[in-house]
Write a protein that binds this ligand. Sequence first.
Ligand code: NAP
Length: 449
Amino acid sequence: MSARLDEKLEPIYQEVLHRNPGESEFHQAVREVLETMGPVLVKYPEFADKKIIQRICEPERQIIFRVPWQDDRGEIHINRAFRVEFNSALGPYKGGMRFHPSVYLGIIKFLGFEQIFKNALTGMPIGGGKGGSDFDPKGKSDDEIMRFCQSLMTELYRHLGEYTDVPAGDIGVGSREIGYMFGQYKRITNRYESGIFTGKGIGWGGSLARKEATGYGTVFFTHEMLKARGDTLEGKKVVVSGSGNVAIYAIEKAHELGAKVIACSDSAGVIIHEAGIDLETVKRIKEVERRRIKAYLEVHKDAKYVEDGNIWSVPCDIALPCATQNELNGKDAELLIKNGCIAVAEGANMPSTPEGIQVFQAAKIAYGPGKAANAGGVATSALEMQQNASRDSWSFDYTQKRLEEIMIGIHKSCYETADEFGAPGNYVIGANIAGFLKVARAMDAMGVI
Ligand code: NAP
């Protein structure tokens, strides 16, 4: 069960439910933020008078469009795509594109809503947005992916711009898809505008360390949470769900900082390898061959594969959910606590259900919500935009250093804000309030727009 809402906030939530029927993930994301806003309205009643929260809950613009494309046999398919331009108080809309069959407006709105606060926390000049399509890239040829991306961009291009809306990748969208979309934008507009997309390839406007940034950032944030409790990552056993972009680079940084990752997964099953996950094998299977994680067993006979397994049943010190929303429920959280888990940091967006979060908070373990813990990806996208704007490219080490400083800054801001609002160690309250205040002050300054 969720916490009760403040009496001023309950009607706002009811209005969100009424105006956005059937969008359960969006409702969940809004509720999670509203649950922490009570003390803010006491301290800053002007934000209630000016209806800042109601305005934040309504996207500035929502675009829904048809994407027709032909497969290799000549058959025509029709997908639906979305771009939700949620809030531009702090800068151009910024947030990734997701290609997955589960995508519908409610998923894109939850992601866009989260993105507003996350982007504010980075301290960079970026607003919040998100997009995607119900297109399933699995099993498609490169040519099919290209035709789909070109068709999608033939509509989306008119809504983008360096000062307007700058997409990036997310589930199902990596540098291959970004290349096809960027190429089509360039072709239609006849303009080489590097700043309209981030997550581009190195050599055509991309930033070193962007690919690694979300996973690395999640581990930097985890390390900061542990340090705040007088602990470190050294020697810790870690499990990481997923084996996509975020998961792979979370594993890499966890290993670099002295931890041992013993399990990872994909949507078909879980690999458990007590000797430590061999990341080169995971990278080859996922980044090069695009196969199922089960193929890991071909190389490591001493590992175990559990079809449809529950990764949260693997005993660990630290859990990093890096796959998808609502992948860790209350029972999973109880299992993790029972097995001795001391920290959870979310590489994915909203991977823990409200019940899961309650269990972590009741157990008083270090729990870093996605909007803080995975903000390193979008922060490094903003660094990519800086490099593009100055026609420069920075070294890997310099960019990674900036990322680390940003993650330390986000941790500090969440930690201090939680303290200030009487909830020490509560990173949910810290992240929501610190992010909200930045956006609210900017919106207030700009009048009723
Ligand atoms: P990705 O490269 O496509 O990898 C996603 C991983 O999660 C894959 O292993 C996938 O397994 C698994 N997965 C996806 N949907 C699933 C489902 N319904 N059930 C179980 N497993 C599922 O995507 P990503 O970029 O790593 O993104 C992962 C998460 O991080 C998402 O929540 C995303 O919003 C968030 N995030 C990403 C970034 C970024 O920079 N990429 C930044 C911030 C947050 P299969 O291959 O079997 O589907």
